[in-house]
Design a protein. Sequence first.
Length: 84
Amino acid sequence: MRLLVWCLLLYIGYRLLKSALSAEKSTGAARRAVDEETVRDPICGVYLSRDDAVVGTLEGTRHYFCSLDCLEKFREQLDHTSQS
């Protein structure tokens, strides 16, 4: 009977420890997701992390793009509006 009680207590302790460790892992992933700031590409509207973005600067303001193509389109739009 004692052996059965010990086995039950060990099993409960194992389950508690396992759930505590999995909760810690999920909060670590959530914390990393919050730390990554997302930005929106002004041309195509795609959201991406600031670390993955292509950066363009206009009059001291940084603009973030998903690709060099969107950066070039942005520059073309600026050229067309400044020529008008």
